[in-house]
Ligand binder design. Structure first.
Ligand code: ASP
Length: 454
């Protein structure tokens, strides 16, 4: 059995929705279809979820909601009319939106906001089920409350209550035929609607794939596959091959350094349950996409992808004979812990210790305070903070036990005249990372692409 998730761009209008129906009908194994709210129809468009946030905010401000309500209702009405689904579903959606709005006064603002945000997916699942029926395929809408999708944590950033897996598995064992399931939200133990973070329909799909032990979790989006590097930086990569298979470890490393096609947090449930994840394109369903799984056949000496992530800062602490000072590293990290700053990497030299952090956690305004705290905790010779760093990440299971991979990268960067601020390789050898100045990022990614893929 396959669980498929379709993102907002795959459901933005009637033409896209028809493609989704064709895809699902082409394979009887596609039994659970998770849907997002309708997304952008074109560049300047607004996602339904964003329209709903605006509608909720208007209601919370006590302003007239007619216009904002109309914008949301119109999106569904347009799809329904293009598909000739009749007025009943349009009316049902409008009634649902109105009854949600009526709860504005009785709910806390964060609870109300989630109730409204969830309307995007919930109503779309109902509409998609009707669209399948209109194409002659029986499909049933399933509600997260009735199937046991219980969430905890904060509204807008909820997480799954682990007991849900059993409940979901039980609920789905009673279903036959095709199920259309709204992504992005569930219910708290006391029956309130709660949403995952933005983009959370991916999480729903991944949870359901794990709960029903699917053979594969198909995540349909708008790219043919995952590319070995960012096509906005290396244009020729689009014409070349995408990545056919990669392992969960490779995915995690690439996602860490900014591969935007998938959200590594979202797929945790599927990864833990060892469900293969297939990233596919709704617009080119014949393309096999990228399969992400536990293991794959690896050609020694090959790289699967080169990623780059901006926005890092490096705190460099230098002290003569630092290596003999017991507790130096602990005291350094204690300062960061006390200040609530999580660190990313910690490469060290003989008399220097670097701590790489995300710049967002070390804004300029806090730098002076952190440096003074480090000075009093460590009595160092120097503390400096380098900003505007980019992490290059070279990833591939094929690098394990292969000499010369890092040398190749360094040579490529040197030939492009790019200086490296830091090099770091984990013991797994599945990746190494190189810090460079952000100004050199594009040239560096191109140089590494040439070195490893051309
Ligand atoms: N509709 C929600 C959002 O735009 C969730 C999703 O599409 O995954 O964030």
């Amino acid at each position: 059995m396959k669980v498929c998730k379709f993102g907002g761009s795959s459901l933005a209008n009637a033409a896209q929705l028809n493609k989704v129906i064709d895809i699902v009908l082409a394979d009887p194994a596609r039994r659970i279809v998770v849907v997002s709210a309708p997304g952008k129809r074109h560049g300047g468009d607004t996602k339904v979820t964003d329209l709903l946030i605006k509608l909720a905010q208007t209601a919370l401000n006590g302003e007239n909601t007619d216009r904002a309500f109309g914008e949301v209702a119109e999106r569904y009405a347009e799809i329904a009319s293009e598909l000739r689904l009749g007025d009943e579903i349009v009316q049902r959606i409008q009634d649902d939106l109105r009854s949600r709005l009526e709860q504005c006064a009785s709910l806390r603002p964060d609870e109300f906001m989630d109730l409204m945000k969830a309307a995007g997916e919930d109503n779309n699942a109902k509409l998609v089920a009707v669209a399948f029926e209109a194409r002659g395929k029986k499909a049933r809408y399933a509600n997260p409350r009735d199937t046991g999708m219980i969430l905890t944590g904060s509204f807008g950033d909820a997480t799954l209550d682990p007991e849900s897996y059993q409940k979901l598995a039980r609920a789905f064992s009673n279903f036959d035929g095709l199920v259309i399931y709204p992504g992005f939200f569930g219910y708290t133990r006391d029956g309130k609607v709660a949403t995952f973070p933005r983009g959370g329909s991916d999480i729903t799909g991944s949870i359901l794939a794990a709960a029903v032990c699917a053979d594969v979790y198909e995540n349909f989006t708008d790219v043919d596959s995952v590319y070995p590097c960012d096509p906005r930086i290396v244009e020729e990569v689009k014409e070349g091959e995408g990545i056919p298979t990669m392992t969960y470890r490779e995915m995690r490393e690439l996602a860490y350094a900014g591969f935007g096609v998938f959200n590594d947090d979202a797929v945790i449930p599927a990864v833990r349950a060892r469900i293969p994840i297939n990233i596919r394109n709704t617009n080119h369903p014949s393309e096999p996409g990228t399969m992400i799984q536990q293991s794959r056949r690896v050609v020694p000496g090959t790289v699967v992808g080169v990623a780059s992530a901006d926005g890092f800062a490096n705190i460099v602490v230098e002290k003569y004979l630092m290596n003999r000072e017991v507790g130096f590293g602990r005291r350094l990290l204690q300062v960061l812990e006390d200040e609530g700053i999580s660190y990313e990497h910690m490469p060290s030299g003989v008399d220097s210790q670097c701590v790489v952090v995300k710049e967002q956690f070390l804004p300029k305004a806090r730098e002076h305070r952190i440096v003074s705290l480090l000075k009093s905790a460590l009595n160092p010779d120097f503390v400096t903070v380098e900003r505007d760093l980019t992490m290059l990440m070279v990833v591939g299971e094929g690098m394990c036990y292969t000499p010369g991979m890092l040398a190749k990268a360094c040579l490529a960067l040197a030939s492009a005249g790019i200086s490296m601020s830091m090099v770091n390789q984990g013991s797994s050898e599945v990746s190494f990372m190189i810090a460079i100045r952000t100004a050199d990022r594009n040239a560096a990614v191109r140089a590494l692409y040439k070195a490893f893929f051309c």
